[in-house]
Design a protein around this ligand. Structure first.
Ligand SMILES: Nc1ncnc2c1ncn2[C@@H]1O[C@H](COP(=O)(O)OP(=O)(O)O)[C@@H](O)[C@H]1O
Ligand SMILES: O=C(CO)[C@@H](O)[C@H](O)COP(=O)(O)O
Length: 575
C-alpha cells in the first residue's frame, strides 16, 4: 500500500469511551485507539461514563469530558503512527438520542479555535447547558405520555416516527429541558445529537443531523421525510415551532453527504490535510450495521453497555415494542432495532457476585463467570426439575417497561405453571446462565416474526448472528447466543468486534468519498469486503434439541413478563 494512499477515520462516542479506527480503501484496519472515560478522564465525577441524579431519574454526561477525550484520542492515534495528512475523510457515530445544547457564542468559538490550546479549554463555554442527557435517562415519563397522547396513542406515534415515546428519545427530552430550564432553552442556539456533535466539532461549524439518527427523536415523520409539525409544537412549548426548527437545523437526505472540509484547528494542530472531508455522522446503532454488508435475515447483536438487536429490512413494520429507523445510507431500507438498558452492566453485577464468592483476585475477570455459564445446563434445569427464568434489571428497563429489580420464576412447560421463587437454586453461580439466557430469550421472543426460515426444513431464525460490542469478546456468551437465537450458519464476531460502530463510521466515509453515481453502500462495501479476513465464526448456531427446549421456555418467559407488568400496573393504580 503506497504511503500516500487515502485513509478513512471513524469515531465512536459511546457511553463508556471514545474510540477511533482508521481503515485504508481496501477496508483493512490500520490504526485504532480509545479513550476510556472512567479510566482516562480527568476532573469529572463520573461512573461508567455518566453522572446520575437518582431523585429525578436523570442520567447525563459532561460534554467537556468528550472534548478532553477527542484531544487525547487524536494524540493516541498519532502515537500509533497515524499520518493525519493521508486521512481523506472522517465520519462519526454517537450513542443515540443524547442532545447537546450549544449557546450563541458557539459558532464564533468553533470558527476561531486556537491550535495551540486544547478543545476542552476553549469550548467548555460554548454550551447553554454543560451536560448531555444520556440514553439511560428515565426522567421523562410525563413528557412521554404527552408524546404518545398527542397523535392518539403509542401505535400512532410509532407509525409516524418509528417508535412510541421513550424516556431517552430526544423529543421528550427537549420538552422536559425547555420546561425545567426555560432560560437555558432560550439561550440555546443549536441542538445537536451526539453524532452531529462530533461532526460539528470537526467541521468547526454546526453540522446537521443525519437521516437515520434523526429517527431516534420522536419528532421525525419517517414516511413523509420531514419534521412532524404537531410533535415539534409539543416539544417547542411557548417559544414556538419556528424557534425550535432553527435550533434543530436541516436534515440532508443523503447519508453520505459531504458536510465540508475539516476545521483549520485540526489542520494546524494535528496536521490533517486542508481537504480532509467531514461526512455526515450517524448513531452508534445505525453505524454498527455498516460494519459489514449485512444481508437480509442476518442479525447483529451489540453487547455494549446496552444490548441491541439490529436487522436491515426493506419492510417498514412499526410497533410500539420495537424501533424502526431510516437506513443510514440506503433509501428504501430501514433498520429494525430492539434496545435494552440492562446489558453489559447487569451481566457485570452477576460476574462481580461470582468473583466475590470465589475470591477471584482480578475483579474484572470473566473466567469464573464463563465457567459457571457453561457448566450450568440450559435453563438451569436438571432432569425433570422446572426451568429457571429470571429478569435482572439494575436500571429501569425499556423492554419490557419495568422498574429496576430482580425477579425469579420456576416454569414447568408440561403443566404450563409459573411459580415465583426467591432466586435460582444455586446463586450466584447459576445466575450466570439465567441472566444470559434471559437477555437472549427476550431478543428471540421479539424478533421471531421478523426472521424467516434460512433453509428448507428449518424454523424461522437468523441466517447468521453477528456479535459486536465489548461482550463479543466472550465466547461462552456467544455459545449461549447460538443456542437461544439459532443462526443456521452459526455465530460470528467481527475481527474488530468491540469497535464495530467506529468501523461502520469509517466504512461510511469510504463509501461517501469513493462511490460511483448511484452506487449503494452495500454494493461498494460488498465488493471490497473479505469475509474470511474480517469475521470469525465463534460458536455454533442452530441445534434442534436445545432450540426446541428454548421454544418451550419462551411461553413461560412471556408469561413472566406479563405477570410483572400487571403487578406494576396494579401498584401504579393503587398509589
Ligand atoms: N470478556 C468480556 N465478557 C463479557 N463482557 C465483556 C467482556 N469484555 C467487555 N465486556 C463488556 O463490554 C461492555 C463495554 O462494551 P462497549 O461496546 O465497549 O461499550 P459502549 O457501550 O461504551 O460502546 C462492558 O460493560 C463489559 O461488561
Ligand atoms: O439508546 C440506545 C439505542 O436506542 C443505546 O444503544 C445507545 O445508543 C448507547 O449504546 P452503547 O453505549 O451501549 O453503545
Amino acid at each position: 500500500m503506497a504511503s500516500s494512499s487515502p485513509l478513512y477515520l471513524g469515531f465512536d462516542l459511546s457511553t463508556q469511551q471514545l474510540k477511533g479506527i482508521v481503515v485504508d480503501d481496501s477496508l483493512k484496519k490500520v490504526h485504532d485507539a480509545k479513550f476510556d472515560f472512567d479510566a482516562d478522564a480527568k476532573g469529572f465525577k463520573i461512573q461508567k461514563g455518566v453522572m446520575v441524579n437518582e431523585a429525578e431519574h436523570e442520567v447525563f454526561a459532561p460534554v467537556a469530558m468528550w472534548l478532553q477525550a477527542l484531544d487525547v484520542l487524536l494524540g493516541r492515534l498519532k502515537d500509533d503512527g497515524l499520518d493525519f495528512k493521508r486521512v481523506k475523510a472522517i465520519s462519526g457515530s454517537g450513542m443515540q438520542h443524547g442532545s447537546v445544547f450549544w449557546n450563541a457564542d458557539a459558532e464564533q468559538l468553533l470558527a476561531q479555535l486556537d491550535p495551540k490550546k486544547t478543545l476542552e479549554s476553549q469550548l467548555d463555554v460554548a454550551f447553554a447547558h454543560p451536560y448531555s442527557p444520556n440514553w439511560q435517562d428515565a426522567s421523562t415519563q410525563k413528557e412521554c405520555e404527552e408524546f404518545d397522547a398527542i397523535l392518539g396513542n403509542e401505535h400512532q406515534l410509532a407509525n409516524v416516527t418509528g417508535s412510541k415515546a421513550h424516556h431517552r428519545f430526544t423529543g421528550p427530552q427537549i420538552l422536559r429541558f425547555q420546561r425545567k430550564y426555560p432560560d437555558k432553552y432560550i439561550k440555546t442556539k443549536r441542538i445537536t445529537l451526539v453524532s452531529s456533535w462530533i461532526a460539528t466539532v470537526l467541521l468547526g461549524r454546526f453540522a446537521p443531523f443525519d437521516i437515520s439518527d434523526v429517527c431516534g427523536m420522536n419528532l421525525w415523520d419517517i414516511k413523509a421525510g420531514k419534521w412532524h409539525e404537531k410533535l415539534l409544537e409539543l416539544a417547542a412549548g411557548p417559544s414556538g415551532v419556528d424557534a425550535l426548527k432553527q435550533k434543530l437545523g436541516d436534515v440532508p437526505e443523503d447519508g453520505g453527504a459531504h458536510l465540508g472540509s475539516i476545521s483549520q484547528y485540526f489542520v494546524r494542530r494535528h496536521g490533517f490535510s486542508e481537504d480532509c472531508t467531514i461526512i455526515a455522522s450517524t448513531g452508534d446503532n445505525p453505524s454498527t450495521i455498516l460494519a459489514l454488508p449485512l444481508r437480509h435475515n442476518d442479525a447483529m447483536v451489540s453487547l455494549g453497555t446496552s444490548t441491541t438487536f439490529l436487522m436491515s429490512t426493506a419492510e417498514y413494520k412499526p410497533d410500539p415494542s420495537t424501533h424502526f429507523f431510516n437506513s443510514p445510507t440506503t433509501p428504501g431500507l430501514y433498520m429494525f432495532m430492539l434496545c435494552y438498558k440492562n446489558g453489559g452492566l447487569a451481566r457485570e453485577r452477576v460476574r462481580d457476585a461470582i468473583n466475590s464468592k470465589f475470591n477471584v483476585a482480578d475483579k474484572t475477570s470473566w473466567t469464573e463467570f464463563d465457567k459457571h455459564l457453561l457448566s450450568t445446563p440450559p435453563l438451569a434445569q436438571d432432569s425433570s426439575d422446572p426451568m429457571q427464568l429470571g429478569l435482572y434489571f439494575p436500571r429501569p428497563e425499556i423492554i419490557p417497561d419495568l422498574p429496576a429489580g430482580e425477579w425469579h420464576f420456576a416454569y414447568d412447560p408440561q403443566s404450563d405453571t409459573l411459580t415465583r421463587v426467591n432466586s435460582v437454586p444455586q446463586s450466584p453461580e447459576q445466575d450466570a446462565r439465567v441472566i444470559v439466557e434471559s437477555q437472549f430469550l427476550s431478543l428471540r421472543l421479539r424478533s421471531q416474526h421478523l426472521v424467516s426460515s434460512p433453509a428448507d426444513g428449518l424454523p424461522p431464525q437468523p441466517r447468521r448472528v453477528y456479535l459486536v460490542g465489548g461482550g463479543s469478546r466472550n465466547k461462552a456468551i456467544a455459545k449461549v447466543a447460538g443456542q437461544v437465537l439459532g443462526g443456521s450458519e452459526g455465530v460470528f464476531k467481527l475481527d474488530v468486534g468491540e469497535n464495530a460502530c467506529a468501523l461502520g463510521a469509517a466504512y461510511k466515509a469510504v463509501w461517501a468519498m469513493e462511490r460511483q453515481p448511484g452506487e449503494t453502500f452495500e454494493e461498494l462495501i460488498g465488493k471490497r469486503w473479505h469475509e474470511d479476513e474480517f469475521v470469525e465464526r465463534i460458536a455454533d448456531g442452530y441445534n434442534k434439541d436445545v432450540w426446541d427446549k428454548y421454544a418451550l421456555a419462551l411461553k413461560g418467559f412471556q408469561d413472566m413478563e406479563l405477570a410483572l407488568l400487571r403487578e406494576e400496573e396494579a401498584k401504579k393504580k393503587a398509589s
